[in-house]
Structures are given as C-alpha cells and as structure tokens.
Design a protein around this ligand. Structure first.
Ligand SMILES: NC(=O)C1=CN([C@@H]2O[C@H](COP(=O)(O)OP(=O)(O)OC[C@H]3O[C@@H](n4cnc5c(N)ncnc54)[C@H](O)[C@@H]3O)[C@@H](O)[C@H]2O)C=CC1
Ligand SMILES: O=C(O)C1=N[C@H](C(=O)O)C[C@H](O)C1
Length: 233
C-alpha cells in the first residue's frame, strides 16, 4: 500500500518503521499546514496535533482516500467528521488508542464497570500518566475509558482533577519525563481496592495497531472503530 503520513513526529516515525517492515511504501510525510496531494496515497494515517486533525481528515475524505486518525484532543469535531464521511461515502477510523493491549483493556474496563455498578461502598477514580510533551489532557484513552464506565454505571460524566459531584469520575492527568502512556482505573473502599492498569512500554503497539487498521480499511466504505478491526468485544 502507498501510505500518506499526516504528522511525522514521534508516532509518524514509529509508524513509518512498522509500515516499511510490512511491505508498504510511504509516499507522503506531511508535518505542517502545507498543501499536499493526498491522492498519491491508497490510505492516510493522521497522527498530528489537535488543531490540525480535522482538516487532515476532511482533506482525505473529500479526496476519497481512506483515513485513520490517532490524534487526540480534537473530539469536539468528531461528529462533523462522521457526517462528512457519510455524505461523501468515505472510509474513516478514529481510535484514542490503537494498541491491541489497550483495546482489550477497554473491554475489561466495561466488564468491571458492570460488575461494580451496584456496589456503593466503592468510589471510582482514574489516573493517566504521559510524557511532558503531550498537548492534551486528559488523554484520549482516559476519555474512552471514562465513557466505557459511564455507559455501564450510574456515573454521568468525567472531570479532570478532583471530582466535585457524586455522579462524576475524577481523572488525574500526570506528565512525567518520557512515559509513553499509563492508565489506571481504581475502585476504592474502606476495606480494599480493585485496580486495573495498562502500561505501554514504548510506542510500537500504537504504531502496529495503526498500520493494521490502515490495511483493514483500505478497501472499505464507512465509519469504523478498532472494535471492528480487531473483532473483539
Ligand atoms: N491513538 C493512539 O494510539 C495514539 C495517539 N497519539 C496521539 O497522536 C498525536 C501525535 O502524537 P506524537 O507523534 O507523539 O506527537 P508529535 O508532537 O511527536 O508529532 C506531531 C507532529 O505533527 C506535526 N504537525 C503539526 N501540524 C500539522 C499538520 N497541519 N499536518 C500534519 N502534521 C502536522 C508536528 O510538526 C509534529 O511533528 C497526539 O495527538 C497523540 O495524543 C499518540 C500515540 C498513540
Ligand atoms: O500523546 C500520547 O503520547 C498518547 N496519546 C494517546 C492518548 O491521548 O490516549 C494514546 C497514548 O496514551 C499515547
């Protein structure tokens, strides 16, 4: 496949290595607002910055190039991206986290939320830790985890920092050195605690998942998720 990399930072470079090792060719490396001819590619992979993701995605959809996006922090425009994709009969996947491990962790989180739903002695909280160059907080992965809990419990929303209302999930976001991404969901009571945690050791899992998603979507039409790609849950 001919791949356009929209964003050639830490993730773009990691994706390039994985893509080449799987026999693909990188035909575009876009790293700023420059105009590019995305039609040179069979598929585009966007790992850019929050303020550019929607433009990158729209450009691909308008040019009928399937696009997957891992950029976080732009979700206020997610519905617009879906609407455009449907209107143009394009192909699009957004995932807050492309790694297989985190997608299993998402399912575990949903199951645990169902089990804890009626146990009122436990209070829930979440923590995410990332490197100091991360632009957004909380992480996209933490938001997906919170949404999984909200769908399966009486919680209504998440809040960054200390929770002030009983129906919300507090998320603590820490920025430490080069941490690739660590997410914890904690249920605490007076007598014990239950904790589930995912720790990324490096960025290879995110990159592999993104390339697998690009391979999967290249001949499809529609809006999909990593659940469709991995066939889990
Ligand atoms: N969904 C997932 O599995 C993962 C998502 N991410 C997310 O991916 C994004 C990128 O992460 P990193 O590579 O670590 O960041 P980075 O800062 O290393 O790379 C982003 C690159 O985008 C470039 N850029 C700026 N404007 C652009 C534009 N208009 N078009 C294309 N590129 C542009 C920047 O010059 C920079 O090189 C972040 O939002 C991060 O949260 C990161 C890891 C995994
Ligand atoms: O910015 C990062 O690095 C990461 N961002 C994603 C997120 O916001 O969840 C995924 C991963 O945790 C790394």
């Amino acid at each position: 496949m001919k791949i356009a990399l929209l964003g050639y930072g830490r993730m773009g470079k990691e994706i390039e290595k994985v893509a080449i090792s799987r026999g693909h060719e990188i035909v575009i490396k876009k790293n700023n607002e420059e105009d590019i001819d995305v039609n040179l590619a069979d598929v585009a992979i966007d790992f850019s910055i929050p303020s550019s993701a929607f433009n990158n995605i729209s450009n691909c959809i308008n040019n009928n190039v399937p696009v997957i996006s891992g950029t976080t922090g732009w979700l206020e425009k997610y519905k617009d991206a879906i609407a455009l994709c449907k209107e143009k009969q394009g192909a699009f996947i957004y995932a807050s986290n492309f790694s297989l491990g985190v997608n299993i962790f998402f399912e575990l989180n949903r199951q645990l939320a169902k089990m804890m739903h009626t146990l009122e002695d436990y209070s829930i909280s979440m923590e995410e830790i990332h490197h100091t160059r991360k632009l957004d907080a909380p992480s996209g992965t933490a938001i997906t985890l919170a949404e999984g809990i909200i769908e399966n419990s009486s919680k209504k929303k998440w809040e960054l920092g200390k929770s002030i209302s009983e129906n919300s999930i507090p998320i603590s976001a820490k920025r430490i050195a080069d941490i690739p991404g660590t997410h914890t969901v904690l249920y605490n009571s007076e007598v014990d605690a239950i904790e589930i945690k995912h720790t990324a050791h490096n960025r290879k899992g995110f990159a592999l998942g993104a390339v697998v998603a690009a391979e999967w979507i290249v001949d499809k039409t529609g809006v999909f998720s990593m659940k469709d790609v991995l066939n889990i849950g």
